[in-house]
Design a protein around this ligand. Sequence first.
Ligand SMILES: *Cc1c(COP(=O)(O)O)cnc(C)c1O
Length: 494
Amino acid sequence: MQARFSGWRESQAPTPARSFGLYETPTPTRITMKTIIEPFKIKVVEPIRMTNREERLGYLHAANYNVFKLRGDDVLLDLLTDSGTAAMSSEQWAGVMRGDEAYAGSPSFYRFEAAVKAIFGFEHVIPTHQGRAAERILFSTVCTPEHVVPNNTHFDTTRANIEATGARAVDLPVPEGLVPSSPGPFKGNMDVGKLEALISEVGAAAIPLCMLTVTNNTGGGQPVSMANVRAVSGVCRSHGIPLYIDACRFAENAYFIKLREEGYVGRSVREIVKELFSYADGCTMSAKKDGLANIGGFVATNDEALARQERDLLILTEGFPTYGGLAGRDLEAIAIGLEEVLHEDYLQYRLASVRYLGEHIARGGVPIVQPPGGHAIYIDAAAFLPHIPAQEFPGQSVVAELYVEGGIRGVEIGSVMFGRQDPETGEEHPAAMELVRLAMPRRVYTQSHVDFMVEAIVQVYERRERIGGFRLTYQAPTLRHFTAEFEPLYGIGS
Ligand SMILES: *Cc1c(COP(=O)(O)O)cnc(C)c1O
């Protein structure tokens, strides 16, 4: 029992993630100890509900085996997403009380705007109800059907919002970004050669903007290096193409740069963030991630004419430009969250807790995307269940079995999410990788919760040979993973 509460200590045995020795952590804490602790104490608790295996089999069946359709209180440990699931701090709750609900010109907006400008350095800040609203406003203002938008890897809503304008979304990850088992410090990088090739192929005029997603969520939560941001920015600027950062996990990415990139160990995360965004012309942000808030987002830009058009569209669909679909109290929570997320004690704990989950399941044999990402661990479902073909959705099987085993909810990021069905032949075109994402909510779970996750995941791994695939029985034409329905081909919970 003693060991159970030993803290997020670095693992003793070398594991694949650490064997290349890049990631020795310069400790930012003033107290020098090996054990990394949660840098907070708990003021409010929310009970979670235990269920038995029988009940979970019933709930999953009733949800057509799609965990998006489960009720939250039927889930014990919810790793569906790190989006909007953070625990807010006492300061943020105090900010909620301070929130001013003036329709126009609320002081809460000005506090929010000042926080965003101070951290990111852009001139125009437009609040939105969440990240995808920022994306829709940006892309529907700049994209036409002739356009192409490159990105290291588009997140699903980013791709969908680009495609909704008729434009084409192109992923240009570095080759190692597509090899789950190959370790590397910056597997989230964009392939700069491929960006140059794309520009010569379609012409700079066909590229209204280039995106760079930090960290690369769909590509395994892997960070992008400062050198890569600089290089991509250089190519874009030489062709007159604006660069926008998908900034959802900007602080986690900056802390990875501090730990892994030469020349940044002595720089503060705030300075790193400032430099990173100085290479860009604007950003989209979901404050539900590194905003440490439960809702919100923004789009920011240095382009005044564009900001004007975006505000007009905002008024039509989101709200007046000083609230953008949010309440004044939300703007306060975001302003404070954006500051708190830069605290290096927090970032050290954040990355250590995610790494702890990854290292411990990897030690149990579970194949994961190496090295562990900033906000999530990605299980390589194709390697976990090599006997299940992509057309039978091995990631879906891992997700279903984790729920049955331990009430844990993860999410498939593979052929259910990114595969396509040929509308004529009905044939399934699989995704590049079959992953299952276990996303860690911020400041929510403790180490014993993670020890429980490790135990359940390794137990599923040990009975992997008895696990079968799934068949789709319903799918929507876009973003099908949210509402899809499935049938197990050979039963579950073996
Ligand atoms: C979550 C996310 C978005 C979309 O933000 P929402 O707040 O969920 O609408 C966009 N890009 C990335 C990389 C994300 O992780």
